[in-house]
Design a protein. Sequence first.
Length: 448
Amino acid sequence: MVSKNDVIVIGSGIGGLVAGAMLAYYGKKVVICESHTIPGGAAHCFSRQGFHFDSGPSFYCGLADQYSLNPLQKVLKILGESIETVVYDPLGHYHFPEGSLPVYGDETSYLEAVAKFTTQGAKELELFQDHLLRLYAGLKEVPPIALRADFWLIPILLGKYGLSLLKMLPSLGDIGGSVGQIMDKWVKDPWVRRLIDLECFLLSGLKADGTVAPEVAFMFGERSNSVIEYPIGGSAAIVDALVRGLERWGGQLRLNSHVEQILIESGKVVGVRLRGDEIINAPIVISNATIWDTYTKLLKPEDLPASFRESALATPAVESFMHLHLGIRADGLDACSANRVVQRRHGRACRCRRRWGRQRRRHPWLLHPGCSCPSSPVVGGQHRCNRQRRSRPCFNCALHRFLPLGHSRRCRRLIGRRRLPGSRTWERGGRVVQRRGLLPPSLGPCHR
Ligand SMILES: Cc1cc2nc3c(=O)[nH]c(=O)nc-3n(C[C@H](O)[C@H](O)[C@H](O)COP(=O)(O)OP(=O)(O)OC[C@H]3O[C@@H](n4cnc5c(N)ncnc54)[C@H](O)[C@@H]3O)c2cc1C
């Protein structure tokens, strides 16, 4: 069958947009089909009553810094796009029952701040960080953008990065290991162990023993070697730049185009069927939908070998996640730092993020923290009142901790969750859990 498209991408999350835009850059005819009326997936932005909210991510490093290793920055550069950002430090504050810790990107300032809580712990943390930074130094010689998921990875790594691979040999154990193993080696101080668990949880949704070491090595490395920054216009600025890049190189984005099925004939992909029965043909389909949606809804069981399907669907998911978006009057809050994590006793944590943006004409600046409470499970109860009850700790323990007039300042409140398809669990996404293997390969058996 002759098709005018080379590739269909299902979903315009950051992953789908990057894949689509890069393929367009390399001369492929690409169409991205997005269910929503807004592109960006988890990174889309929305407005209510003049407040502008990020729906998900807001912590970024090195987006506009040409020396950073951030693969997104490299992609934007290739596409001929860039974004403006605001650099800030400290990243924010962690509020523990014992006091508040400013979290600096700069390694020395961070260790000095930790030393105010525990001198011995700060020394151990330094050894732990040095170990991870050595891993980062090795990893940074092989840019993530050079990595790929097929067998070409091996000749590329050996041909272009052979020397760097040799240098990484001493760290090989760490690459497949967990942060917990490195922590056990260097850190005995219970307070610092709790801090490391918290940092891992905020990054991966798992504690140190479940978080893969390169992920945290990358975070510490970028935090101290590049800059912590926020895109002007929020995450939407990144999404807009990727859409511009896609269209500049001839790719097409179709919003409000929900894919109902990936079409397979004789074991090969031939296209997709959209809601409303429109068919688009292409010999390659890339799914940016969740692994669970792709393998349970978009493909029929008979389209895939059972073992492949089963191993894909066994991908572990983070259990639950709640966002509380608040629009708050900004006057008098100048000293408030951008990200807040409030850890209550019993290991529960609320994370609050502040994003600065310009409100249409009326106020020069506005404050809108997106507030998530990952450790308050919300499995089951789907009613609004239940959600409101579950969100109460965000007000009682978190907001009031650093916004003295939190409640009375509030102008707009939204509580939302993401649902894990096929279950009653609301979640943040699939996770690479250390010791439980990697996410399934990106190339399926229907790939030509
Ligand atoms: C609350 C939250 C906070 C986060 N914070 C950070 C952070 O601070 N820093 C950071 O770097 N990362 C953060 N992340 C992670 C980051 O946002 C995600 O990793 C990233 O945005 C995921 O992009 P994606 O393209 O993989 O998937 P998604 O964003 O989930 O995109 C999938 C897209 O596919 C579309 N789709 C699904 N099914 C279909 C279909 N059948 N037909 C058509 N379209 C379909 C969806 O509508 C969606 O647009 C956060 C994530 C969340 C949820």
